[in-house]
Design a protein around this ligand. Structure first.
Ligand SMILES: Nc1ncnc2c1ncn2[C@@H]1O[C@H](COP(=O)(O)OP(=O)(O)OP(=O)(O)O)[C@@H](O)[C@H]1O
Length: 325
């Protein structure tokens, strides 16, 4: 649906996007993840025809953006980071105005807008001035303007930035619903957001793609060995000695005491080794009750930091844990 081939963008001597190539398949929700200044907005502006690339090629639905700009623009709905709203207009006036700009025929306009208002849930604020709306509603109006003219592709630049937690959940749910009928490219620097909403993620850093896969595969492929979080009732020294002797155990890390008389440990296994049964058997044989065992995945935060060149995840950001027993 979208083919980006070797796209480079320079601002003077600054290289914002460096030989970027990727495709977005029809019906896919693709996350575009990267730190500030990575080149996300620049890429999106090129895809939507707002700015031109210094070199490279973009095709949407088989059409080259430089050869058929109007057709390509009709296929794409764009929600820039700051939606282009007119504060002195009511929601109704503004969306009618956008429909006019996008040359939606008068006959289709009413039906188009009625459906949109339903979809984006704007009924309540339809007659109100845009300047008086909350940030969450303004973002919905922004989404509605992107959806006018029924484009197949939606390009959303940081759609939840500046929203409160409730508004963020609402907008994410809305994007997930829109993903059923649209091809979506969504940029974000919030890792949990892309893993919740997107089927595939591209991580971009300094204008280049440094990783791309499903969120699950990214976390799996970069994991060096599996980790287990354990809580065991028993004397810390003896428990640690016992665990160290189990074949396949690579390292142990004390996690402190969270329940009196118990010890919490993080056990890292050699790559591919499944040590769960051996851990259970050794502890039960020694009479040390195993109170908790969880597999600990590499978080998307850790993947992101690995591929963007930082060495460790920020302090106080533990990996999400997955219950296995
Ligand atoms: N109009 C411009 N003139 C000069 N440099 C620019 C311009 N727009 C962007 N840049 C630079 O290009 C690089 C990529 O910027 P871009 O806005 O695309 O990144 P981003 O990933 O969207 O970042 P953010 O998450 O902060 O919006 C940055 O170094 C930025 O300073």
């Amino acid at each position: 649906m979208i083919e980006v081939e070797n796209v480079t963008k320079r601002y003077g001597s600054r290289l914002a996007v460096d030989r970027l190539s990727f495709t977005v398949n029809r019906g896919e929700v693709l996350g575009f993840l990267g730190p500030n200044g990575a080149g996300k907005t620049t890429t999106m502006n090129i895809l939507t025809g707002y700015i031109s690339a210094s070199s490279g090629r973009v095709r949407v639905n088989g059409l080259d953006i430089l050869e058929a700009p109007s057709e390509v623009k009709r296929t794409i709905g764009y929600l820039p980071e700051t939606p282009p709203l007119y504060p002195e207009m009511t929601v109704r006036e503004y969306l009618n105005f956008v429909a006019e700009l996008k040359k939606v025929s008068r006959a289709d306009r009413f039906r188009n807008l009625e459906r949109l208002v339903d979809l984006v849930r704007l009924q309540e604020v339809w007659p109100r001035l845009i300047k008086n709306l909350s940030k969450g509603y303004k973002q919905r109006v922004g989404l509605a303007q992107a959806l006018i003219g029924a484009p197949e592709v939606l390009i959303l630049d940081e759609p939840t930035v500046g929203l409160d937690p409730k508004q963020i959940i609402e907008i994410r749910n809305l994007i997930r619903d829109l993903g059923k009928e649209h091809t979506i490219l969504l940029s974000s620097h919030i890792l949990s957001e892309v893993s919740m909403v997107c089927e595939r993620v591209l991580i971009i850093n300094r204008g280049r793609i440094v990783a791309g896969d499903t969120p699950e595969n990214l976390t799996r492929s970069l994991a060096t060995g599996s980790k287990l979080a354990l809580r065991i009732a028993g004397p810390p020294e003896s428990v640690a000695d016992l665990l160290r002797r189990i074949p396949g155990v690579k390292s142990l890390e004390a996690q402190g005491v969270r329940e009196p008389g118990t010890i919490d440990l993080l056990v890292e296994a050699e790559s591919e080794a499944d040590i769960r049964r051996a851990v259970f058997a050794a502890l039960s044989q020694a009479g040390y009750p195993l109170l908790m065992m969880r597999a600990v995945d590499l978080s998307l935060e850790e993947v992101f930091l690995q591929v963007t060149g930082d060495s460790a995840p920020p302090a106080g950001q533990p990996s999400p844990e997955r219950e296995v027993s």
